[in-house]
Design a protein around this ligand. Structure first.
Ligand SMILES: [Zn+2]
Length: 289
């Protein structure tokens, strides 16, 4: 086994659903992913000009009609809805190796799903859509890494680069886990210093605390009882966290194979609650910066 093959094996072992179509396994830690064809220009949201017709996600900050400034006026927020609904159709692209800042990992995975087949990619995208609208209403400019749920990619490293290039003030990677069926709850994944992200570690930890508190306040999802410690885990093997130059955390919003969590994750009401929690956390975090 060559070094490259060994790295690939490690990466595949660490990610669920690798190869697409595989049965989801413990810890869907797959980081940010998006549209295969995405280029830095598709990060849209930064630009007020020509928003993509197919996108409900990309919108410039709305002007305020009130005298009081909107709480997120002048702020740029990155949203990365993990995976993509079309990843199942292009394993050759999704399984190719990319550099995640420490080692090679696959471009993306397909993500996990509930027992009834509701996909994580759809959940992530729905939450992102709600969050986008909420943030825009608060005055933010929003950058997203994918604009639909029927595309492929982009790769996890490209997603990080999209948000970095936009110089986002803060960013969030939205996921749901593929843990054991008996396990419940959400987990905040936080970066470990590795060079590129050195300057944003402490800010990311603070943001993670804001997100953790907001999820407990605004949703009924408990802290994870099977993953991390008190709802938090540090990860040094994910491109979205290794390569970030802006404060960022990755959230596993619940455990899709668990029946109780699955019912919540599939629910439009819960998806809206999660988005509101994220918007509140982002507003609180940016109020002091
Ligand atoms: Zn995921």
């Amino acid at each position: 086994m060559t070094r490259r093959q060994a790295a690939a094996t490690l990466a595949l072992a660490a990610l669920p659903c690798a190869g697409c179509g595989a049965v989801p396994t413990l810890n869907d830690a797959g980081p940010a992913r998006g549209e295969k064809s995405a280029t830095p220009t598709t990060t849209a949201g930064v630009s007020a000009a020509s928003p993509p017709a197919s996108s409900a996600l990309i919108t410039p900050a709305a002007p305020s009609r009130s005298a009081a400034p909107l709480p997120l006026a002048g702020k740029v927020v990155g949203i990365d809805p993990g995976h993509n609904g079309g990843n199942f159709d292009d394993p050759g692209f999704i399984n190719r190796l990319i550099w995640n800042g420490r080692e090679q990992e696959t471009c993306d995975t397909c993500g996990t799903q509930t027992a009834s087949g509701y996909t994580e990619a759809q959940f992530n995208f729905n939450v992102a859509r709600h969050l986008h609208d909420d943030l825009v209403s608060r005055g933010a400019t929003v950058v997203v890494t994918r604009r639909s749920n029927d595309g492929v990619g982009p790769c996890v490293n490209a997603r990080a680069q999209i948000i970095n290039a936009a110089h986002a003030d803060v960013a969030i990677d939205i996921h749901a886990d593929g843990g054991p069926t008996w396990g419940r709850g959400f987990t905040v994944l936080e970066p470990v210093a590795d060079g590129p992200n050195d300057e944003v570690i402490s800010a990311s930890v603070q943001f993670g605390a804001n997100v953790r508190a907001a999820l407990l306040e605004h949703t009924v999802m408990p802290l994870s009882d099977y993953y991390g410690s008190d709802g938090v885990v540090f990860r040094n093997d994910l491109a979205g966290l290794n390569l970030t130059t802006v404060p960022k955390v990755l959230i596993e919003c619940g455990n899709m194979p668990n029946p109780t969590d699955a019912a919540l994750l599939s629910s439009p009401g819960f998806q809206s609650d999660v988005a509101r929690a994220f918007a509140e956390a982002i507003t609180i975090f940016l109020a002091t910066r």
